[in-house]
Ligand binder design. Sequence first.
Ligand code: ZN
Length: 382
Amino acid sequence: MVSLPLSEDPERPGRMLRLYVCGVTPYEAGHMGHAFTFCAFDVLVRWVERCGVRVRYVQNVTDVDDPLFERARRDGVGWSELARRETEQLVEDMGRLGWRPPDVMPRVSDEIPAILEAVDQLADGGYAYGSDALYFDVSRYPGYGELSHRSRLSMVRKLRDEGLLGAVGREPKRDPLDFPLWRPSAPDEPAWPSRHGPGRPGWHIECSAMSMRYLGPQVDVHGGGRDLVFSHHESERAQSESLTGCVPFARAWMHCGMVRYQGRKMSKSLGNLVRVPEVLERVPPAALRLYLAAHHYRRDWSFRWEALEVAARLAGQLADLIGGPPGPDQPALDLVQEFSSALDDDLDTPRALRALRRAVRRRDRAAAAWMAGILCGDAALS
Ligand SMILES: [Zn+2]
């Protein structure tokens, strides 16, 4: 069984996994980086469920955030229209990739009361101060920086690189590391009333409040892309632990590596995105799942069309084997053990994939179908 922290299931005897994954800011969703992250968590969810553990999986949609508003402004569309369209696209892409959808996909714009409650509690507890916005006071949380293992200087540099070092308005922050909990909105941005003035939440408090609302004060596994470790997860942790006193906020963190393309990180700002529909024009969904599974979730890797073809050949062999004449009902025990110990070892999908290849070579239909059901989910083989 996977060596993950698990909780007692409050609804029935047994254990459960409370999983929170940071989802997308819906303005240019559905590239290989997103697919890699969400398919890795799909394998995790399926594997844990196969081991008889109930999973409660929450993945948010950040539909109140600066990059979304900037894109909406640039393209001359309403932010909520853009968010709705891009969220639909993501759900459609992931549906084609056969994921087991999250139990809850909360949208920030629907969660403002819960977020404001968290903001107010932090303000009442003396963790925040107001100037041109309401800021979290990082000096009240001594462990700030421990999650990302960054020095103060390195945190300041990262914020500067991301354009997040300065204050929201003209008044200075007490400390460059302080971040907004609640801030005034620009005229074309949504605004909600609050005792801190009309405005909108900061990015980090959104996830603290949503994970608390749907999973309680502590999560067993918190996931997301590695680019979120600082400042997003560092700040979420500081807020959540200050709010609830429940330490640690996340019992384990799983951060996914970055996907490169043409020698650089695949990103919206660099414009070198490969999107899911573009890939699925060339290969069946299961081929893409197998290709993603060939990379360990923590590692960075480079997307290559030629390597995708190799995965497509395996998907074809799988389709032939599974659609062919039935064999023995029971998979060979050694294959099951090899596959299981790979996934139990920090979700080593490349090794699990080698077990699947062996099952195909040995024409063990039962083993191949069982393994494909976990590595590819419900994605179509052809
Ligand atoms: Zn988040």
